[in-house]
Write a protein that binds this ligand. Structure first.
Ligand code: AHR
Length: 517
């Protein structure tokens, strides 16, 4: 048995969770759009071709904002190809995924879909093969009321009211050589600054995110972010960062420790942005947009794989099947995001349907939840409020994490990983949500929480996600093999909360203020 202690106080907070922390991502990639969110002719499809079964699962999952249309795809995308009459839209080769893009779905369909899904749209502009001119025209098309060529084009396409898209990404992963028209930091910084300037001239209300480093082990990490911000600091609100956790080595302990490197990555990016601010004697503090994060390693593809397969339309690629163990690492990442709510004001689970996704579909058939669905649903459903500072006393273990992303193959030693990873959120209605990961693979853990200022809480919901088989998955045949079950034995009395967590388990405990007599 392991034992851990936690001390928290209602008045000592990290920061408020921004609703945009609970975002997701839809890219023109594989079956994410076609056969995922959009499938005209599907038995559940509405008049727009949006799958009703998928929309229902998305509402259950609870994303708040969805990034679109890429990803790598956006760096070769002509947004004009995806608007206007369907029969006039061109079919193009997509060099990001070596697929054929039919453009049946484009910006207006995405906006309609966001309205149906009740999420905020987030658009990325192409700063690879295109630049500031195409970007400012897209802003005019989407957000200008009328009386100009692109705004009137939108109106002619059947959208008299502006789309009012607020959040825009200035390109995607522009530090990566895999990107179409990949750039050096100064090349990208200049293009992003000019695009940002013109986009804001068209619509001053925009919120803009510059591309930071794709991952922590990019050879240019640090220098890239610094140089890009030298050009863009005054013009943007966010800098982006991405992380995909892996277990290439089949080392569960190392895998479950990996979210601690996400913590470090966030803190390093904060330090870099604040160093840029300091050099300028600026009081401005940039926010972070963690606009791609997930577990992803089994379905990575090389350029050669892509070339071999030819140019299929919406091929079933990157369809990662998530295990119980993946859900644990994923839950750890949720906790990392919550615990940096002061600076991470936006984050997007990559992606939403079929492609490295919490929701899977069969084209023409049903839809089901993957294991990672549940920690995200818990975080989005119960994570709204003030994240509290938590002093955690837990035994630790030593491990390492292997991360071959980028061009550096690196093993990162982690000498003191607490078995307990935890976040606590004070909810607006006076309650407390606890998100707890027991990373001990073999031993249960008791947790004693001294929750100052929460003397009168009753357990409203207590759920755990665990399985004896860390390799267990959900599938079409067994869609509910892994799902949350009741977590028994939670006690809350006079500001002390006691938990007993199973080994290798993700746990959500929602406590509500007891009604006063
Ligand atoms: O999400 C899949 C891909 O991962 C995205 O297209 C890209 O931005 C990242 O490398």
């Amino acid at each position: 048995m392991r034992h851990a202690k936690v001390l928290l106080d209602r008045d000592f907070a990290i920061g408020d969770t921004d609703p945009r922390l609970f975002g997701a991502f839809v890219e023109h990639l594989g079956r994410c759009v076609y056969g995922g969110i959009y499938e005209p002719g599907h038995p559940t499809a509405d008049e727009h071709g949006f799958r009703g079964d998928v929309l229902a699962l998305i509402k259950e999952l609870g994303p708040t904002i969805v990034r679109y249309p890429g990803g790598n795809f956006v760096s070769g995308y002509n947004w004009e190809d995806g608007v206007g009459p369907l029969e006039a839209r061109p079919t193009r080769l997509d060099l990001a995924w070596f697929s054929t893009e039919t453009n049946r779905f484009g910006t207006n369909e995405f906006i309609d879909w966001c309205r149906a899904a009740e999420v905020e749209p987030m658009l990325a502009v192409n700063l690879g093969t295109r630049g500031g001119d195409a970007a400012r025209n897209l802003v005019e098309y989407c957000n200008h009321p009328g009386g100009s060529s692109y705004a009137d084009l939108r109106r002619a396409h059947g959208y008299p009211s502006p789309h009012g898209v607020k959040f825009w990404c200035l390109g995607n992963e522009m530090d990566g050589p895999w990107q179409m028209e990949h750039k050096t930091a100064s090349e990208y910084g200049r293009v992003a600054a000019e695009a940002a300037k013109m986009m804001r001239w068209v619509d001053p209300s925009l919120v803009l995110a510059a591309c930071g480093s794709t991952s922590r082990n990019m050879p240019t990490f640090g220098r890239w972010d610094d140089e890009v911000l030298e050009h863009t600091f005054e013009l943007v609100d966010f800098v982006s960062l991405h992380t995909y956790l892996n277990n290439y080595r089949g080392d569960s302990a190392g895998f479950l420790a990996a979210p601690d490197l996400m913590d470090m990555f966030i803190e390093e990016v904060v330090a870099i942005t604040d160093a840029v601010a300091a050099r300028r004697r600026s009081p401005k503090r940039l926010a972070l947009s963690f606009d791609e994060w997930n577990v992803w390693y089994r379905t990575r593809r090389t350029r050669q794989d892509r070339v071999k397969e030819g140019w299929p339309v919406a091929p079933p690629i990157l369809e990662e099947i998530y295990t119980m163990e993946d859900a644990l690492a994923f839950g750890g990442a949720c906790i990392s995001l919550l615990n940096h709510a002061d600076r991470v004001k936006c984050a997007c689970l990559a992606q939403l349907v079929n492609v490295i996704a919490p929701i899977m579909t069969e084209t023409g058939g049903g839809a089901w939840r993957q294991t990672i669905f549940y920690p995200f649903q818990h975080m989005s459903g119960y994570g709204r409020g003030r994240v509290l500072k938590c002093q955690v006393a837990s035994e630790t273990y030593a491990t390492s994490y292997y991360d071959p992303r980028g061009s550096l193959d690196q093993v990162f030693p982690l000498s003191a990983v607490p078995y307990l990873k935890l976040a606590a959120v004070a909810t607006r209605d006076g309650g407390l949500s606890l998100f707890a990961l027991n990373r001990d693979l073999a031993r249960p853990m008791t947790v004693s929480i001294e929750a100052r200022g929460f003397e009168d809480l009753a357990v409203a919901e207590a759920l755990q996600l665990r399985d004896d088989d860390l390799g267990a998955t959900n599938s079409k045949a067994a869609p509910e093999r892994i799902k949350p079950a009741a977590l028994d034995g939670v006690a809350s009395e006079g500001g002390t909360i006691n938990l007993r967590l199973a080994p290798a388990s993700w746990n959500l405990i929602a406590l509500a203020a007891r009604p006063q007599p």
